[in-house]
Design a protein around this ligand. Structure first.
Ligand SMILES: NC(=O)c1ccc[n+]([C@@H]2O[C@H](COP(=O)([O-])OP(=O)(O)OC[C@H]3O[C@@H](n4cnc5c(N)ncnc54)[C@H](O)[C@@H]3O)[C@@H](O)[C@H]2O)c1
Length: 277
């Protein structure tokens, strides 16, 4: 296998949840650019996926699906499996945030977050595994987690953070359970990414956004927000045969955020400030 063949997704069927915008859209475009037929699932305007993928010269289709509704998830996977005959890649990405302080969090809000972020990811993984485990070529499931799954954020991210911790452990458990079925299960854990969903947070008047923005970036050695395509590139690698011996890992895509101890210091002036040697 040549280096490029490892990344090639020609002939693969990839289901991407929450594909209408942000990271999901970038993943859909990236997988399609490498040859996959992309099936986008979104609860809002799912046709945006097909439009974007086809405009970029790829093959795409879409289905309206609320990932928090297990019956809808099962039904859409059965439709996709019947019409394509295979499902090779699942990217679990559709999730909901929560910005309620733990003292104010209601059982209903906690349940709503867990229903999509944990129940939805698992329902999709289970439905994909049912198809992948019958295929000689197996399959690859990539969960979009967050640094919030392993590092506390505060600021009312409680429900979201514990849901992402569950995604990290779901990744490890399913990787072990399904290894002999030929189904690899991995995850990416991004820090803050410049998406449509993240942008309003920076403008939220309840947050001192200047200070929060500064604090976020102080924790990121690479000193900036991530772009959706930088997350999509790692998802592509994990989904592809280039990662054939990789399973059960949660890969940070965080500019070094998780590597930096809170008491640490990002070193020295940048190459731009000091000029080339
Ligand atoms: N943006 C960030 O800073 C960041 C950081 C770390 C992790 N993440 C994770 O990345 C993923 C995508 O985030 P984003 O910022 O691109 O989001 P976004 O809000 O920009 O887009 C999310 C997409 O998912 C869809 N969606 C939401 N709930 C759904 C549901 N129940 N069923 C079907 N579709 C649904 C939305 O309609 C939208 O198209 C999420 O899992 C998020 O937790 C994001």
């Amino acid at each position: 296998m040549s280096a490029e063949q490892g990344f090639d997704l020609t002939g693969r069927v990839a289901v991407v949840t929450g594909s209408g915008q942000g990271i999901g859209r970038a993943v859909a475009l990236r997988l399609a650019a490498w040859g996959a037929t992309v099936v986008g699932l979104d609860r809002e305007a799912p046709e945006r996926t097909t439009t974007a993928v086809e405009a970029a010269g790829g093959r795409g289709e879409h289905h309206l699906c609320d990932m928090g509704d297990v019956e809808q998830v099962r039904s859409v996977f059965s439709t996709v499996a019947d019409s394509h005959g295979s499902i090779d890649i699942l990217v679990n990405n559709a999730a909901r945030g929560s910005h309620t302080l733990p003292a104010d969090l209601t059982p209903a809000e906690l349940a709503a977050v867990l229903r999509v972020n944990v129940g939805g990811y698992f329902a999709a993984a289970q439905a994909a595994h049912a198809v992948m485990s019958r295929q000689l070529q197996g399959g690859s499931i990539v969960n979009v987690s967050s640094i919030a799954g392993s590092s506390a954020l505060g600021r009312g991210n409680f429900a979201y953070s514990i849901s992402k911790a569950a995604v990290d452990q779901m990744t490890r458990e399913l990787a072990v359970e399904w290894a002999l079925d030929g189904v690899r299960v991995t995850a990416v854990a991004p820090s803050q990414v410049r998406t449509e969903g993240f942008a309003p947070l920076l403008r939220d008047p309840r947050l001192d956004h200047g200070a929060v923005g500064d604090r976020m970036l102080r924790g990121v050695p690479l000193g900036r927000l991530a772009e959706p395509d930088e997350v999509a590139a790692v998802v592509h690698f994990l989904a592809s045969d280039a990662a054939a011996f990789v399973t059960g890992v949660v890969v940070p895509v965080d500019g070094g955020n998780l590597a930096l101890n809170a008491g640490g210091t990002v070193g020295g002036p940048s190459i731009r400030e000091r000029g080339p040697a």
